[in-house]
Write a protein that binds this ligand. Structure first.
Ligand SMILES: NC(=O)C1=CN([C@@H]2O[C@H](COP(=O)(O)OP(=O)(O)OC[C@H]3O[C@@H](n4cnc5c(N)ncnc54)[C@H](OP(=O)(O)O)[C@@H]3O)[C@@H](O)[C@H]2O)C=CC1
Ligand SMILES: N[C@@H](CC(=O)OP(=O)(O)O)C(=O)O
Length: 393
């Protein structure tokens, strides 16, 4: 049985039920009772998606189409798209068709008083970061639970960079955020997509042996640059060894994510990290070669065992989008590979391979995560599911 915790501060909902994962008995629990196992009661939550036409926005559409808890009622994008039906506004680039129920929704401007967002309790944001910060603030001020993919608020002192399998306890900051910002809603961010894959992949190792130093080189997919992204003349037959701002984000965000949250503030994890980021000729899936020095020395076999035995936290929390394993090890000598492994766990699992000794630091490995699923839209959806389970929505 998993203890999920208290129910406090829900946005406009009161119908959570207690749930025993062992015997499947459900019984209504009173608000505020300590140490009960909670599960969301399944009644639909109305949600809006901002930035619905972009790479991340399109991924939201496919992941939310048949979501068991979330019902898309509003879509937002730039004034260029506002007023058009989604089908006419979007340049659809996903392998599956545009979900039928989204096609006819008329795209709104990204303002909280637009009728489309009136009843939405959750707002997913896949907005361009030039505009995301201010727009997300407005929605949080209007009482919405905002789940952002943009970089703007990630390093705010009172905003978590949340990854349920890594740092669910960072949700404790929300109370301080509401107080500091004097807002009825809240903002929760995702990490940068390369940082998400790395943080999930390194969490089992950090927890068991402690990270001292990390050196990471990324091979990042084209979809990470949004649509239309790089021109074919730039990326075809090529590797581009520069992604603006990416290295700094990996170096700062990872320490916040793998750090702690207590008494209304964050404390960074104390390892050193250096990142080198490259764009490669792959559509989806960021691959990362990581070398690390550990606080407690470990053999490759012990590291592999730590990865394999890491519990499936998102699943045990009862999140419906959670994969069977948050992080998995593939022992083939030539894996992970983006084309073969990005859809493991429906794109929610981070795959690790090639754990071996490093002659300079202690251990080196390769990891892979889907940048627009676990690294973006899917990550936000897991975060929103966690907030439902925790009674914050
Ligand atoms: N792609 C990825 O792998 C990842 C992306 N992110 C972040 O997620 C966000 C979205 O990325 P991505 O989907 O790649 O970006 P895109 O460029 O593909 O999409 C941007 C979206 O923002 C909308 N937009 C642009 N200008 C405005 C405006 N003035 N007002 C309202 N909406 C506007 C666009 O609408 P319109 O079509 O009308 O112009 C579009 O829907 C970014 O902040 C990015 O940094 C984070 C992690 C991973
Ligand atoms: N920069 C990432 C995607 C992204 O937009 O990240 P961020 O949200 O941190 O700006 C990539 O190119 O793959």
């Amino acid at each position: 049985m998993v203890e999920v915790g208290f129910v406090t501060g829900a946005i406009g909902r009161s119908s959570l039920v207690g749930f025993s994962s062992r015997n499947n008995e459900r019984a209504v629990q009173r608000r505020g009772r300590a140490r009960v196992v909670m599960a969301y009661d399944g009644s639909p939550v109305k949600v809006g998606v901002l930035g619905c036409t972009g790479s991340v926005g399109q991924r939201f559409m496919t992941l939310l189409e048949d979501h068991p808890w979330f019902d898309v009622v509003g879509l937002g994008a730039s004034p260029r798209s506002a007023g058009k039906k989604y089908n006419d506004a979007v340049s659809w680039k996903q392998a599956s068709a545009i979900p039928e129920k989204m096609k006819e929704i008329v795209v709104s401007e990204c303002v909280p008083d637009a009728p489309a967002f009136k009843d939405a309790m959750i707002i997913f944001s896949g907005l361009d970061n030039t505009f995301a910060g201010d727009i997300e603030d407005e929605f949080a001020k209007a009482g919405k639970a905002v789940f952002s993919n943009a970089k703007n608020h990630r390093m705010d002192d009172d905003v978590p960079i949340l990854i349920p399998t890594v740092n669910a306890s960072h949700l404790d900051i929300i109370e301080a955020q509401r107080k500091n910002k004097d807002i009825p809603g809240f903002i929760i961010t995702n990490a940068n997509c390369s940082t998400t894959a790395m943080s999930i992949g390194l969490k089992p190792i950090h927890e068991k042996f402690g990270l001292e130093k990390v050196i990471v080189s990324t091979m990042q997919a084209i979809s990470g640059a949004g649509y239309p992204g790089l021109s074919s003349m730039d990326i075809f037959d090529n590797v581009v060894p520069h992604i603006g701002g990416e290295e700094g984000k990996m170096e700062t965000e990872a320490k916040k994510i793998l750090g702690t949250c207590a008494d209304g503030s964050f404390q960074d994890a104390d390892f050193m990290i250096s990142a080198m980021c490259n764009r490669v000729h792959v559509i989806d899936g960021h691959t990362e070669a990581v070398s690390m020095q550990l606080k407690t020395k470990a053999t490759p076999e012990e590291v592999i065992d730590a990865i394999r035995s890491y519990p499936s936290i998102a699943k045990s929390l009862g999140l419906p989008s959670a994969p069977a394993k948050d992080v998995d090890y593939n022992d083939a000598p030539d894996r992970p590979q983006p084309r073969l492994d990005r859809m493991v766990g429906n794109g929610y699992t981070v795959t690790i391979g090639r754990v071996r000794e490093c002659n300079v630091l202690d251990i080196k490995l390769v990891l892979l995560g889907h940048n627009t699923i676990v690294g973006a839209a899917g990550g936000s959806i897991l975060n929103a599911e966690l907030c439902c389970v925790k009674g914050l929505v």
